[in-house]
Design a protein around this ligand. Sequence first.
Ligand code: SAM
Length: 370
Amino acid sequence: MMSSRSGIHGRFDVAASAEAEGSAASAHATSRAMTREGGPLSAESRATPLEAGRATRAEPAVPAFAGVSPLERLEMELLLEAIHRHYGYDFRQYAPSSLRRRLKRRLEGEGLATFSALQDRVLHEPAAMEALLRDMSVNVTGMFRDPTFFRSLREKVVPMLRTYPSVRIWHAGCASGEEVYAMAILLEEEGLYERSRLYATDMNAEALEHARTGIFPIARMREYTTNYLQAGGTRSFSEYYTASYGAALFHARLRENVLFAQHNLATDTSFSEFNVILCRNVLIYFDRDLKERTLRLFGDSLSPLGFLCLGRRESLRFTKVEQEFEELDPKERIYRRAGPPRPHREVELEGHLDRELAPSSRPTRTRGTG
Ligand SMILES: C[S@@+](CC[C@H](N)C(=O)[O-])C[C@H]1O[C@@H](n2cnc3c(N)ncnc32)[C@H](O)[C@@H]1O
Protein backbone atom coordinates (compact mmCIF):
# COMPACT_ATOMS: atom_id res chain seq x y z
CA MET A 1 0.00 0.00 0.00
CA MET A 2 1.38 3.37 -0.95
CA SER A 3 1.71 5.86 1.83
CA SER A 4 3.12 9.29 2.34
CA ARG A 5 6.90 9.61 2.53
CA SER A 6 6.91 9.07 6.28
CA GLY A 7 5.35 5.69 5.73
CA ILE A 8 7.52 4.44 2.89
CA HIS A 9 9.40 1.46 4.19
CA GLY A 10 12.42 -0.55 3.33
CA ARG A 11 14.61 2.09 1.75
CA PHE A 12 18.35 2.47 2.12
CA ASP A 13 17.92 6.16 2.57
CA VAL A 14 15.21 8.49 1.52
CA ALA A 15 16.00 12.09 0.85
CA ALA A 16 14.05 13.06 3.91
CA SER A 17 15.53 16.52 4.00
CA ALA A 18 13.63 19.01 6.07
CA GLU A 19 13.23 21.34 3.14
CA ALA A 20 11.23 18.70 1.28
CA GLU A 21 8.77 18.28 4.14
CA GLY A 22 5.66 20.36 4.11
CA SER A 23 2.00 20.43 3.49
CA ALA A 24 1.07 18.42 0.46
CA ALA A 25 -1.78 20.73 -0.20
CA SER A 26 0.43 23.75 -0.47
CA ALA A 27 1.51 23.14 -4.05
CA HIS A 28 -2.09 22.76 -5.05
CA ALA A 29 -3.08 25.80 -3.03
CA THR A 30 -0.32 27.75 -4.70
CA SER A 31 -1.71 26.85 -8.08
CA ARG A 32 -5.16 28.06 -7.07
CA ALA A 33 -3.79 31.22 -5.50
CA MET A 34 -1.88 32.05 -8.67
CA THR A 35 -5.01 31.79 -10.75
CA ARG A 36 -7.16 33.72 -8.29
CA GLU A 37 -4.70 36.53 -7.85
CA GLY A 38 -4.15 36.85 -11.53
CA GLY A 39 -7.84 36.68 -12.51
CA PRO A 40 -8.63 35.38 -15.98
CA LEU A 41 -5.19 34.87 -17.46
CA SER A 42 -4.00 35.71 -20.92
CA ALA A 43 -1.35 33.44 -22.38
CA GLU A 44 1.24 36.10 -21.67
CA SER A 45 0.19 36.83 -18.10
CA ARG A 46 -0.11 33.12 -17.41
CA ALA A 47 3.54 32.66 -18.17
CA THR A 48 4.75 35.71 -16.30
CA PRO A 49 4.49 34.70 -12.61
CA LEU A 50 6.06 31.34 -13.33
CA GLU A 51 8.90 32.74 -15.38
CA ALA A 52 9.48 35.57 -12.89
CA GLY A 53 9.71 33.06 -10.05
CA ARG A 54 12.08 30.95 -12.07
CA ALA A 55 14.42 33.82 -12.77
CA THR A 56 15.56 33.66 -9.15
CA ARG A 57 16.19 29.90 -9.26
CA ALA A 58 19.34 28.25 -10.48
CA GLU A 59 17.43 25.62 -12.47
CA PRO A 60 13.79 25.28 -13.47
CA ALA A 61 12.07 22.36 -11.70
CA VAL A 62 11.05 20.85 -15.05
CA PRO A 63 12.96 21.57 -18.25
CA ALA A 64 11.19 23.18 -21.18
CA PHE A 65 8.50 21.08 -22.85
CA ALA A 66 8.17 21.73 -26.56
CA GLY A 67 4.60 22.33 -27.65
CA VAL A 68 3.18 22.46 -24.14
CA SER A 69 1.11 25.45 -23.07
CA PRO A 70 2.46 27.47 -20.13
CA LEU A 71 -0.58 26.51 -18.07
CA GLU A 72 -0.14 22.79 -18.68
CA ARG A 73 3.54 23.11 -17.89
CA LEU A 74 2.72 24.90 -14.64
CA GLU A 75 0.23 22.21 -13.67
CA MET A 76 2.74 19.51 -14.46
CA GLU A 77 5.40 21.22 -12.35
CA LEU A 78 3.01 21.53 -9.43
CA LEU A 79 1.98 17.91 -9.77
CA LEU A 80 5.61 16.75 -9.67
CA GLU A 81 6.38 19.09 -6.79
CA ALA A 82 3.40 17.77 -4.83
CA ILE A 83 4.39 14.15 -5.47
CA HIS A 84 7.92 14.88 -4.33
CA ARG A 85 6.85 16.67 -1.17
CA HIS A 86 4.15 14.23 -0.15
CA TYR A 87 5.50 10.87 -1.28
CA GLY A 88 9.23 11.55 -1.67
CA TYR A 89 9.39 10.40 -5.31
CA ASP A 90 11.22 12.95 -7.41
CA PHE A 91 10.37 12.95 -11.10
CA ARG A 92 11.21 16.62 -11.60
CA GLN A 93 14.35 15.83 -13.55
CA TYR A 94 13.06 13.10 -15.81
CA ALA A 95 13.39 13.56 -19.57
CA PRO A 96 10.49 15.84 -20.48
CA SER A 97 8.99 14.09 -23.49
CA SER A 98 8.63 10.62 -22.00
CA LEU A 99 7.64 12.13 -18.65
CA ARG A 100 4.76 14.01 -20.24
CA ARG A 101 3.70 10.98 -22.26
CA ARG A 102 3.49 8.86 -19.12
CA LEU A 103 1.64 11.48 -17.12
CA LYS A 104 -0.83 11.91 -19.99
CA ARG A 105 -1.42 8.18 -20.01
CA ARG A 106 -2.20 8.29 -16.28
CA LEU A 107 -4.52 11.25 -16.86
CA GLU A 108 -6.45 9.20 -19.38
CA GLY A 109 -6.37 6.14 -17.13
CA GLU A 110 -7.96 8.15 -14.34
CA GLY A 111 -10.47 9.77 -16.72
CA LEU A 112 -9.30 13.26 -15.74
CA ALA A 113 -8.86 16.38 -17.82
CA THR A 114 -6.02 18.28 -16.16
CA PHE A 115 -2.81 17.67 -14.25
CA SER A 116 -4.29 19.72 -11.40
CA ALA A 117 -7.11 17.19 -11.10
CA LEU A 118 -4.55 14.39 -11.17
CA GLN A 119 -2.58 16.16 -8.44
CA ASP A 120 -5.68 16.31 -6.26
CA ARG A 121 -6.34 12.62 -6.80
CA VAL A 122 -2.84 11.29 -6.18
CA LEU A 123 -2.51 13.36 -3.01
CA HIS A 124 -5.75 12.06 -1.57
CA GLU A 125 -5.85 8.55 -2.97
CA PRO A 126 -2.68 6.52 -2.43
CA ALA A 127 -3.97 3.92 -4.91
CA ALA A 128 -3.87 6.60 -7.62
CA MET A 129 -0.25 7.31 -6.67
CA GLU A 130 0.54 3.61 -6.93
CA ALA A 131 -0.92 3.57 -10.43
CA LEU A 132 1.07 6.66 -11.38
CA LEU A 133 4.23 5.08 -10.05
CA ARG A 134 3.57 2.00 -12.16
CA ASP A 135 3.24 4.19 -15.25
CA MET A 136 6.36 6.17 -14.41
CA SER A 137 8.47 3.13 -13.75
CA VAL A 138 8.97 1.34 -17.05
CA ASN A 139 9.71 -2.21 -15.95
CA VAL A 140 10.50 -3.76 -19.33
CA THR A 141 13.29 -6.23 -18.73
CA GLY A 142 14.39 -9.79 -19.41
CA MET A 143 16.99 -12.43 -18.63
CA PHE A 144 20.28 -12.06 -20.47
CA ARG A 145 18.81 -9.06 -22.25
CA ASP A 146 21.33 -8.03 -24.92
CA PRO A 147 23.14 -11.41 -24.80
CA THR A 148 26.35 -10.00 -26.26
CA PHE A 149 26.61 -7.72 -23.24
CA PHE A 150 26.56 -10.73 -20.91
CA ARG A 151 29.05 -12.52 -23.13
CA SER A 152 31.37 -9.54 -22.87
CA LEU A 153 30.93 -9.52 -19.08
CA ARG A 154 31.92 -13.17 -19.02
CA GLU A 155 34.92 -12.71 -21.29
CA LYS A 156 36.27 -9.31 -20.27
CA VAL A 157 35.11 -8.57 -16.72
CA VAL A 158 34.92 -11.97 -15.03
CA PRO A 159 38.66 -12.77 -15.49
CA MET A 160 39.48 -9.61 -13.54
CA LEU A 161 36.86 -10.30 -10.87
CA ARG A 162 38.41 -13.71 -10.40
CA THR A 163 41.48 -12.04 -8.92
CA TYR A 164 39.38 -10.40 -6.16
CA PRO A 165 38.81 -12.13 -2.81
CA SER A 166 35.20 -10.96 -2.82
CA VAL A 167 32.96 -9.27 -5.37
CA ARG A 168 30.29 -6.66 -4.72
CA ILE A 169 27.83 -5.85 -7.47
CA TRP A 170 25.09 -3.21 -7.56
CA HIS A 171 22.18 -3.55 -9.99
CA ALA A 172 20.64 -0.05 -9.93
CA GLY A 173 17.15 -0.01 -11.47
CA CYS A 174 16.81 -3.79 -11.48
CA ALA A 175 13.02 -3.77 -12.13
CA SER A 176 11.58 -7.25 -11.43
CA GLY A 177 15.04 -8.78 -11.11
CA GLU A 178 15.58 -10.81 -14.28
CA GLU A 179 18.94 -9.10 -14.88
CA VAL A 180 20.02 -10.03 -11.34
CA TYR A 181 19.09 -13.71 -11.71
CA ALA A 182 20.98 -13.74 -15.01
CA MET A 183 24.04 -12.32 -13.25
CA ALA A 184 23.74 -14.89 -10.45
CA ILE A 185 23.68 -17.68 -13.05
CA LEU A 186 26.71 -16.27 -14.83
CA LEU A 187 28.66 -15.94 -11.58
CA GLU A 188 27.65 -19.45 -10.55
CA GLU A 189 28.97 -20.89 -13.81
CA GLU A 190 32.20 -18.92 -13.48
CA GLY A 191 32.75 -20.16 -9.91
CA LEU A 192 32.35 -16.65 -8.45
CA TYR A 193 28.88 -16.74 -6.95
CA GLU A 194 30.00 -18.02 -3.56
CA ARG A 195 32.15 -14.96 -2.93
CA SER A 196 29.80 -12.43 -4.52
CA ARG A 197 27.21 -10.13 -2.96
CA LEU A 198 24.60 -8.62 -5.25
CA TYR A 199 22.65 -5.51 -4.25
CA ALA A 200 19.59 -5.12 -6.42
CA THR A 201 17.71 -1.85 -6.10
CA ASP A 202 14.84 -0.06 -7.73
CA MET A 203 12.54 2.78 -6.77
CA ASN A 204 9.53 0.54 -7.43
CA ALA A 205 8.65 -1.56 -4.37
CA GLU A 206 6.15 -3.69 -6.31
CA ALA A 207 8.78 -4.69 -8.87
CA LEU A 208 11.13 -5.63 -6.03
CA GLU A 209 8.45 -7.78 -4.40
CA HIS A 210 8.18 -9.63 -7.68
CA ALA A 211 11.96 -9.97 -7.91
CA ARG A 212 12.12 -11.54 -4.45
CA THR A 213 9.73 -14.32 -5.47
CA GLY A 214 11.98 -15.56 -8.27
CA ILE A 215 8.86 -16.50 -10.25
CA PHE A 216 8.73 -15.54 -13.91
CA PRO A 217 6.38 -16.44 -16.78
CA ILE A 218 7.14 -19.82 -18.31
CA ALA A 219 6.19 -18.34 -21.69
CA ARG A 220 9.43 -16.37 -21.70
CA MET A 221 11.75 -19.31 -20.98
CA ARG A 222 12.29 -20.11 -24.64
CA GLU A 223 13.49 -16.55 -25.31
CA TYR A 224 15.64 -16.60 -22.16
CA THR A 225 17.17 -19.94 -23.13
CA THR A 226 18.20 -18.51 -26.50
CA ASN A 227 19.63 -15.41 -24.81
CA TYR A 228 21.45 -17.53 -22.24
CA LEU A 229 23.15 -19.63 -24.92
CA GLN A 230 24.09 -16.57 -26.96
CA ALA A 231 25.50 -15.04 -23.79
CA GLY A 232 27.88 -17.99 -23.43
CA GLY A 233 25.85 -20.13 -21.01
CA THR A 234 27.54 -23.45 -20.39
CA ARG A 235 24.72 -25.61 -19.01
CA SER A 236 21.10 -26.32 -19.75
CA PHE A 237 19.10 -23.21 -18.82
CA SER A 238 16.24 -25.33 -17.48
CA GLU A 239 18.56 -26.49 -14.66
CA TYR A 240 17.97 -23.16 -12.98
CA TYR A 241 14.22 -23.30 -12.53
CA THR A 242 11.32 -25.59 -11.80
CA ALA A 243 8.30 -25.28 -14.05
CA SER A 244 4.98 -25.32 -12.28
CA TYR A 245 1.48 -24.10 -13.19
CA GLY A 246 2.59 -21.89 -16.06
CA ALA A 247 5.41 -20.31 -14.08
CA ALA A 248 9.13 -20.81 -13.74
CA LEU A 249 10.35 -20.76 -10.16
CA PHE A 250 14.08 -19.98 -10.08
CA HIS A 251 16.12 -21.84 -7.50
CA ALA A 252 16.46 -20.14 -4.14
CA ARG A 253 20.23 -20.45 -4.26
CA LEU A 254 20.29 -17.78 -6.99
CA ARG A 255 18.99 -15.21 -4.51
CA GLU A 256 20.85 -16.37 -1.43
CA ASN A 257 23.55 -13.77 -2.04
CA VAL A 258 21.20 -11.06 -3.25
CA LEU A 259 19.73 -8.19 -1.29
CA PHE A 260 16.72 -6.57 -2.94
CA ALA A 261 16.00 -3.12 -1.57
CA GLN A 262 14.33 0.13 -2.49
CA HIS A 263 16.66 2.93 -3.54
CA ASN A 264 15.88 5.98 -5.59
CA LEU A 265 18.63 7.27 -7.85
CA ALA A 266 17.03 10.72 -7.97
CA THR A 267 17.00 11.30 -4.22
CA ASP A 268 19.03 8.71 -2.33
CA THR A 269 22.74 8.65 -1.63
CA SER A 270 25.56 6.23 -2.14
CA PHE A 271 25.33 3.37 0.36
CA SER A 272 28.40 1.25 -0.18
CA GLU A 273 31.37 0.55 -2.44
CA PHE A 274 31.15 -1.85 -5.36
CA ASN A 275 33.40 -3.61 -7.84
CA VAL A 276 30.71 -3.57 -10.52
CA ILE A 277 27.70 -1.32 -11.02
CA LEU A 278 25.07 -2.13 -13.62
CA CYS A 279 22.54 0.54 -14.44
CA ARG A 280 21.05 -0.45 -17.74
CA ASN A 281 18.14 1.21 -19.48
CA VAL A 282 17.45 3.63 -16.64
CA LEU A 283 19.45 6.76 -17.50
CA ILE A 284 17.51 7.14 -20.75
CA TYR A 285 14.56 8.34 -18.65
CA PHE A 286 16.56 11.07 -16.93
CA ASP A 287 17.33 14.60 -18.08
CA ARG A 288 20.96 15.72 -18.41
CA ASP A 289 21.35 16.98 -14.83
CA LEU A 290 19.85 13.91 -13.23
CA LYS A 291 21.98 11.71 -15.45
CA GLU A 292 25.09 13.64 -14.29
CA ARG A 293 24.02 13.32 -10.65
CA THR A 294 23.49 9.60 -11.04
CA LEU A 295 26.83 9.09 -12.76
CA ARG A 296 28.53 11.06 -9.97
CA LEU A 297 26.82 8.74 -7.49
CA PHE A 298 28.17 5.74 -9.37
CA GLY A 299 31.65 7.27 -9.53
CA ASP A 300 31.54 7.71 -5.75
CA SER A 301 30.25 4.17 -5.25
CA LEU A 302 32.78 2.32 -7.39
CA SER A 303 35.99 0.88 -6.03
CA PRO A 304 39.20 1.88 -7.84
CA LEU A 305 39.25 0.16 -11.23
CA GLY A 306 35.61 -0.83 -10.75
CA PHE A 307 33.33 -1.52 -13.71
CA LEU A 308 30.31 0.47 -14.82
CA CYS A 309 27.80 -1.07 -17.23
CA LEU A 310 25.15 0.98 -19.00
CA GLY A 311 22.39 0.15 -21.47
CA ARG A 312 22.74 -0.01 -25.23
CA ARG A 313 21.39 3.49 -25.75
CA GLU A 314 23.32 5.05 -22.88
CA SER A 315 26.90 6.24 -22.69
CA LEU A 316 29.35 8.40 -20.78
CA ARG A 317 30.08 10.49 -23.84
CA PHE A 318 29.93 14.25 -23.17
CA THR A 319 29.33 13.74 -19.46
CA LYS A 320 31.39 15.25 -16.66
CA VAL A 321 32.66 11.84 -15.53
CA GLU A 322 33.79 10.72 -18.98
CA GLN A 323 37.46 11.37 -18.19
CA GLU A 324 37.29 9.24 -15.05
CA PHE A 325 36.55 6.09 -17.03
CA GLU A 326 38.06 4.13 -19.86
CA GLU A 327 36.01 2.15 -22.32
CA LEU A 328 36.50 -1.56 -21.78
CA ASP A 329 33.93 -2.54 -24.38
CA PRO A 330 32.48 0.53 -26.09
CA LYS A 331 29.83 -1.39 -28.02
CA GLU A 332 28.49 -3.11 -24.91
CA ARG A 333 28.83 0.08 -22.84
CA ILE A 334 31.20 -1.43 -20.31
CA TYR A 335 33.50 1.11 -18.68
CA ARG A 336 36.29 0.81 -16.17
CA ARG A 337 37.12 3.40 -13.60
CA ALA A 338 40.49 4.97 -14.40
CA GLY A 339 42.86 7.13 -12.43
CA PRO A 340 44.56 6.82 -9.10
CA PRO A 341 42.79 4.92 -6.32
CA ARG A 342 40.83 7.10 -3.94
CA PRO A 343 41.37 6.92 -0.19
CA HIS A 344 39.12 4.28 1.32
CA ARG A 345 35.82 5.68 2.58
CA GLU A 346 34.24 4.40 5.73
CA VAL A 347 31.05 2.68 4.69
CA GLU A 348 28.45 3.19 7.35
CA LEU A 349 25.92 0.75 6.01
CA GLU A 350 28.23 -2.14 5.37
CA GLY A 351 27.56 -4.07 8.54
CA HIS A 352 23.91 -3.23 8.38
CA LEU A 353 23.43 -4.54 4.86
CA ASP A 354 25.44 -7.69 5.43
CA ARG A 355 23.39 -8.48 8.50
CA GLU A 356 20.29 -8.01 6.42
CA LEU A 357 21.55 -10.13 3.57
CA ALA A 358 18.78 -12.68 3.22
CA PRO A 359 16.39 -13.26 0.33
CA SER A 360 13.34 -11.92 2.07
CA SER A 361 15.05 -9.25 4.12
CA ARG A 362 14.47 -5.57 3.81
CA PRO A 363 16.75 -2.88 5.15
CA THR A 364 15.23 -0.62 7.72
CA ARG A 365 15.10 3.04 6.97
CA THR A 366 18.51 4.41 7.70
CA ARG A 367 20.98 6.96 6.52
CA GLY A 368 23.50 6.22 3.82
CA THR A 369 26.91 7.68 3.34
CA GLY A 370 27.65 9.72 0.48
C1 SAM B 1 13.54 -0.44 -18.22
S1 SAM B 1 13.81 -0.93 -16.57
C2 SAM B 1 15.44 -1.54 -16.64
C3 SAM B 1 15.58 -2.89 -16.01
C4 SAM B 1 16.94 -3.56 -16.21
N1 SAM B 1 18.03 -2.75 -15.71
C5 SAM B 1 17.15 -3.90 -17.66
O1 SAM B 1 17.93 -3.24 -18.33
O2 SAM B 1 16.52 -4.84 -18.14
C6 SAM B 1 13.98 0.66 -15.79
C7 SAM B 1 13.87 0.57 -14.27
O3 SAM B 1 14.39 1.78 -13.72
C8 SAM B 1 13.65 2.07 -12.57
N2 SAM B 1 13.82 3.48 -12.21
C9 SAM B 1 13.35 4.57 -12.86
N3 SAM B 1 13.68 5.67 -12.19
C10 SAM B 1 14.38 5.28 -11.10
C11 SAM B 1 15.00 5.96 -10.03
N4 SAM B 1 14.92 7.29 -9.92
N5 SAM B 1 15.64 5.25 -9.08
C12 SAM B 1 15.70 3.89 -9.17
N6 SAM B 1 15.13 3.19 -10.14
C13 SAM B 1 14.49 3.87 -11.12
C14 SAM B 1 12.24 1.72 -12.95
O4 SAM B 1 11.43 1.53 -11.80
C15 SAM B 1 12.44 0.47 -13.76
O5 SAM B 1 12.30 -0.68 -12.97
